[in-house]
Design a protein around this ligand. Structure first.
Ligand code: SF4
Length: 396
């Protein structure tokens, strides 16, 4: 099943849709939208020796040359994922969440981890998983709901492609939770990895460096896209830092300027604490890679998990090191990863609360923060999978 999925969701499928558009009768074309992740941008920037901003603009020019209509940055949808995670954590901490939600709260933006949690631990881990959608799937809601309305199109008339650092994002996009029965369409139709974009460039005989840059598109008039943006925190989205700083302020009135990580077993398992008068108020951690994840789950099962929140990522070193990223050519892979991390960190960061357009979308599109509509479009649910009934294999 995974093989079928990967051939269905590939750069070849994108090419087919673009070719079909060229010969389609007027009015029968599909609007093609590509949303690029900041991690993919950094990986391509390293390969082409460009800045991430130049990479984003040149990639926009490339996709538009191929016939893509709009190119967005998933850092924009990540604002919603971060804000929803912050709100969800504070609710859980205050005991205001519903009875199916527990502490510690685990991030859920990594489909490799979610797949493992649902299949290996049945329903045990589900109450701990944040229900906030990942940036890819919030982008799915933005494009197929908000943007479709703006364009006066039904969602199935839009073909939405995301560019991502890993193959597991294809599995995430194909979850039934992200399929509209009403319109018979997925929120994200096709996921292309960074490596597949590189293949597409090669097949087209295009070197990114030689293209004239083009501005990125923005999803609404008050959102100033033009150039890519990012968030503070690590290359996996900065969840821990945003939730930590927000919770410190909201729950204890403490302003945290800088988050200090303390390595535990290794640099993929680190913790962060907020302390006052010798008392630990908040205890957060990052757990990257399956060795650390297994350790974390064992602690939880034994009732010895001291954390309130854990940023969990399946790949060692996180998303910048995802399986869909470009591999090192000649240089040691560790040096490449450091270079990609440096490039990722070069992009201007924004606080999600202050990003132009975000509050307006909460008001106009979602009918307010914490509304039923925001719950429906920005959150999801998880399902325990019986191992015997699963035809999918998980790679790690
Ligand atoms: Fe994908 Fe790895 Fe990031 Fe998880 S940690 S979302 S598997 S790249």
């Amino acid at each position: 099943a995974e093989t079928v999925l990967i051939t269905q969701q590939s750069h070849e499928e994108l090419r087919k849709v673009l070719d079909a558009n060229k010969t389609a009768a007027p009015g029968q074309q599909r609007l093609v939208v590509v949303s690029v992740s900041p991690q993919s941008r950094a990986s391509l920037a390293a390969r082409f020796q460009l800045t991430p901003t130049d990479t984003a603009r040149k990639l926009t020019a490339f996709f538009k040359k191929l016939g893509v209509h709009y190119v967005f940055d998933t850092a924009f949808s990540r604002n919603f994922s971060l804000l929803e995670s912050q709100r969800e954590f504070v609710q859980r901490f205050r005991g205001q969440a519903n009875s199916t939600q527990a502490l510690p709260m685990f991030t859920s933006a990594c489909p490799g981890w979610i797949c493992y949690a649902e299949k290996t631990h049945g329903s045990f881990l589900i109450p701990y998983l944040s229900t906030a959608r990942s940036p890819q799937q919030v982008m799915g809601s933005l494009v197929k709901d908000f943007f479709a309305q703006q364009q006066h199109l039904t969602p199935d008339r839009i073909y939405h492609v995301t560019v991502m650092p890993c193959y597991d994002k294809k599995l995430e996009a194909s979850r039934p939770d992200f399929f509209s029965q009403e319109h018979q369409t997925r929120d994200v139709d096709c996921v292309v990895t960074t490596g597949e974009v590189f293949k597409l460039l090669e097949e087209e005989g295009v070197s990114l460096s030689q293209l004239e840059p083009a501005p990125l598109d923005s999803l609404c008039s008050s959102a100033s896209a033009q150039e890519p943006t990012s968030h503070r925190g690590g290359g996996s989205g900065g969840y821990l830092e945003h939730v930590f700083q927000h919770a410190a302020r909201e729950l204890f009135g403490i302003h945290v300027d800088e988050v200090t990580y303390r390595p535990l077993r290794n640099k993929d398992f680190q913790e962060v604490t907020l302390e006052k008068e010798g008392r630990v108020l908040l205890h957060f951690a990052t757990a990257y890679g399956f060795r650390n994840i297994q350790n974390l789950v064992q602690k939880l099962k034994r009732g010895r998990c001291p954390y309130h929140y854990v940023e969990v990522m399946a790949c060692p070193a996180g998303c910048l090191n995802g399986g869909g990223q470009l591999k090192a050519l000649g240089t040691p892979s560790k040096a490449l990863l450091q270079h990609v991390e440096m490039l990722y960190g070069m992009v201007r960061t924004e606080a999600p609360e202050e990003v132009p357009g975000v509050q307006e979308l909460y008001r106009c599109w979602l009918q307010g923060e914490g509304s039923e509509r925001a719950g429906h479009l920005l959150h999801t649910s998880y399902h325990a999978v019986e191992k015997a009934s699963s035809g999918l294999s998980i790679r790690w």
